[in-house]
Design a protein around this ligand. Sequence first.
Ligand code: SAM
Length: 245
Amino acid sequence: MNFYILTLFPEMVRQALSASIIGRAEENGFLHIDAVNIRDYTKDKHQKVDDYPYGGGAGMVMQAQPIYDAYHALTEKIGRRPRTVYLTPQGHTFTQDLAKEMSLEEDLIFLCGHYEGVDERALEEIVTDYVSIGDYVLTGGELAAMVMVDAVSRMVPGVLTNEASGSMESFEGNLLEYPQYTRPFVWNGKEAPKVLLSGNHQKIEAWRREQSILRTKRYRPDLLKKADLTIREKAVYGVNDKKGV
Ligand code: SAM
């Protein structure tokens, strides 16, 4: 899968995405990540890419021309116009479901805004999806793009060495994942749950399922309302279909 990130800070993106699992997946050819410097496309002799907002007000606005030209050069190179995400606090909130959906794309373009944002006319020309990573305002779209690239990449076959770990995690079936333990068995006076060492897979699965439900009930009751629970589980854990939890 190919990710193209239109940004004023390509080094920031390249550095962060070249480490760990994502970096290894790129080395192994499962992903390709390209950070395109919008500034390379400015026609301004001082390399300017922003200007004062029409109508006044604080801050600067990224101009349409360098963004559109960077996008145009990129789509010419790709040979088509892929799904293009503008990272913005005004977009739909990013979710695991959207990460999964986007992992089916061959190419994805991300546009990172900065300062007060981007001239609306550039957005109208190129953007297919407006996505926010949460209800707060960042200084730029780079961190948000990196969050999305990371979450989408994990869903691409081959990126995670253990294929199962991408499909049994938090948000699967609207439940949070059960707690995890590793050696030593006793740490700081606390034992790991004995059932996990029992070798009895049925019991381990039942324990994990119960923990997932209890955890979701405690931390994300909003999710539990949408979770895939049996009638028995709903009765045992006090989940009411009409009023929620
Ligand atoms: N003036 C804009 C507004 O009030 O909607 C906010 C601009 S913000 C300071 C600069 C850039 O950061 C945005 O153009 C966007 O690309 C990015 N950004 C900020 N918060 C974000 C969020 N929650 N999710 C995704 N991108 C965000």
